[in-house]
Design a protein around this ligand. Structure first.
Ligand SMILES: [Mn+2]
Length: 448
C-alpha cells in the first residue's frame, strides 16, 4: 500500500490542483458550480431484481475514492466541496468501506436520508451543471433544466483534466501495478507447473490479487492456446487443455485507479513451438524498444506506426512472411496480425478519456491515443501478434497473401497469439515503466 504520509500529502496537492482547475473550467463554460452524481446500481435485467456492482462516475472518483451510490458532490469555486452522502441504512446491504480514509477531511459531509433530499440542499440561484449517468438521477427529481445535464463542452474540459495524472494519481497507478504483478506471477507459476483450465487460472489470479471478479478494472482475459487469438477472451474454458500458450491480460485497482498488464507464456517442443517462441521473443524486444521510443513530444500515432515496422521484422525473422519489412507494412500484412492500437490512456478508466480528441488515420481505426506524448500522461504500450482466422482468410485471398508461409501459419494457429503490455508514466526525465518495476521478467519461454 502507499505510505500513509505520502498518500495524505499527495492527495492534498491533488485536490488543491483539481479545485483550481475546476474553477477555471466552470468559469470558462459559465457555470457557478457543478453537481457530480456518484452513480446508481444498474439492473442486470429489466425482468429481474438484481443489480450490477456500482461503477462510480469517474468524475466523482476523480475527487474521492468512495464507492457510494446515489450520493453527489457539489463543487462551487470559493467553497469547500460538499459531499451529499446517501449512507444507506438498509437491512439488505451494508455500504462498502473505502480502503483508506485519507479523504474525508477535505469535504463538508452532509448525510442525506434519501437521494431526492439532495435537491433541497443545493444552492438556490446560480447556474449549476450536473454530471451523472442518468438524467433521472437529477433532472426529474431535482427539477434541474435538461440543459444542465452533462453539458458537452464542460464535460470535454473535465475529461481533459484527467489526461495528465497528478503525483497522487501516479502513486495509485503504481500501487495498482504492484497488486496486479502479484497475480501475474502467481498465474505464470501455475501455468509453468501444470495443466489448469482458464477458469482455474482466472480464479487463481483473483485469489492472488485479493479481488472479487466485479472489482477488477476489467474482466480478466485468460486465454489458453488458440483462444489467445480472441482479443477479449473472457468465456473461460473449464477443461484442462494442455495448451502451449497462456495469454493473461489482467489488472488491479488502487483507490479507483487501474492497472492493465498482459503477459504471454509459451511452452512446448517442435518446429512450430520454436517459431512461436521466436515471435514471443521478438515481440518482447519490440515492446521494450517501443517503451524506449516513447519520448516526450512524440505523437503516439508515430509510435503506433513504428510498431508495424518492428512487427514486420519479427514476422520475417520467424519465417512467417517473406518480403521486406517496408512491403509488409505498405501492403497491410502487419495489420492482419496486429489489428488493434498500440495503447491507450490509463487512469480511473482502463481506457481513459481525453486522448482521442483527434481521430487516427484511416488505417489505424482502433488507435485510442492520438495525443503527443506529454509529461504526466499514463498509457499502455501493448503490441501483439495474433492468428485470427477471419483476418488471415482475408489476407490469404488478397495479393499480399502470397508472401506468407501458410503451412507455418496453420501450425502456429493453435498458439493463438502473443501480447506484452506495460503501463508507462511519463516523467520530466523520461518514461517510467510502472509495470516492469514489479514484473521485470521477460515473457516465460518454457523448455517443454
Ligand atoms: Mn490495455
Amino acid at each position: 500500500m502507499i505510505d500513509a504520509k505520502v498518500l495524505k500529502e499527495s492527495y492534498a496537492a491533488h485536490l488543491h490542483w483539481l479545485t483550481g482547475a475546476y474553477a477555471l473550467a466552470l468559469q470558462k463554460h459559465a457555470f457557478d458550480g457543478v453537481v457530480i452524481h456518484s452513480g446508481a446500481p444498474k439492473p442486470r435485467s429489466i425482468f429481474d431484481d438484481q443489480f450490477w456492482q456500482l461503477r462510480p462516475v469517474p468524475h466523482f472518483h476523480h475527487w474521492l475514492p468512495l464507492e457510494t451510490s446515489r450520493s453527489a458532490l457539489l463543487i462551487e469555486p470559493g467553497h469547500k466541496p460538499t459531499l451529499f452522502w446517501f449512507n444507506v441504512v438498509d437491512f439488505w446491504e451494508a455500504p462498502r468501506q473505502p480502503e483508506s480514509d485519507h479523504f474525508w477531511g477535505a469535504f463538508e459531509v452532509k448525510e442525506v436520508a434519501s437521494p431526492a433530499a439532495i435537491r433541497d440542499l443545493l444552492p438556490r440561484g446560480g447556474k449549476l451543471a450536473f454530471i451523472g449517468e442518468e438524467k433521472g438521477d437529477c433532472c426529474d427529481t431535482w427539477s434541474l433544466p435538461e440543459s444542465a445535464y452533462n453539458p458537452p463542452e464542460l464535460l470535454k474540459a473535465l475529461d481533459q483534466l484527467r489526461v495528465l495524472k497528478t503525483p497522487y494519481e501516479q502513486h495509485c497507478l503504481r500501487e495498482a501495478n504492484r497488486r496486479a504483478a502479484v497475480g501475474h506471477r502467481a498465474v505464470q507459476e501455475l501455468f509453468r507447473k501444470g495443466d489448469m483450465s482458464e477458469f482455474e487460472l482466472h480464479l487463481a489470479y483473483l485469489r492472488a490479487t485479493g479481488q472479487d471478479d466485479p472489482e477488477t478494472p476489467y474482466k480478466n482475459i485468460v486465454a489458453l492456446g488458440r483462444n489467445a487469438a480472441t482479443l477479449h477472451h473472457v468465456g473461460y474454458g473449464r477443461e484442462k487443455s494442455g495448451a502451449q500458450t497462456l495469454l493473461l491480460d489482467a489488472g488491479a485497482k488502487c483507490l479507483g485507479y487501474d492497472s492493465d498488464i498482459t503477459r504471454t507464456a509459451v511452452r512446448g517442443k517442435g518446429a512450430a513451438a520454436d517459431a512461436f517462441k521466436l515471435l514471443v521473443a521478438g515481440l518482447e524486444r519490440t515492446q521494450q524498444r517501443l517503451c524506449a521510443a516513447a519520448t516526450i513530444g512524440r505523437p503516439f500515432e508515430a509510435l503506433h506506426d513504428q510498431t508495424h515496422d518492428l512487427i514486420a521484422e519479427v514476422l520475417r525473422e520467424a519465417g512467417v512472411a517473406k518480403a521486406s519489412a517496408a512491403e509488409l507494412v505498405a501492403s497491410g500484412v502487419t495489420r492482419k496480425f496486429l489489428p488493434h492500437g498500440l495503447g491507450h490512456s490509463l487512469g480511473l478508466q482502463t481506457h481513459d478519456v481525453g486522448c482521442r480528441n483527434v481521430a487516427p488515420r484511416g488505417d489505424n481505426p482502433w488507435l485510442r491515443n492520438t495525443t503527443k506524448i506529454a509529461v504526466g500522461q499514463v498509457f499502455t504500450v501493448e503490441p501483439g501478434i495474433y492468428f485470427i482466422d477471419h483476418l488471415l482468410a482475408e489476407l490469404r485471398a488478397s495479393p499480399a497473401g502470397k508472401v506468407i508461409d501458410w503451412t507455418l501459419i496453420e501450425a502456429l494457429k493453435p498458439f493463438g497469439g502473443v501480447r506484452v503490455e506495460d503501463d508507462l508514466i511519463v516523467q520530466p526525465t523520461g518514461v517510467e515503466n510502472a509495470t516492469r518495476v514489479f514484473l521485470p521478467e521477460p515473457p516465460a519461454i518454457l523448455a517443454a
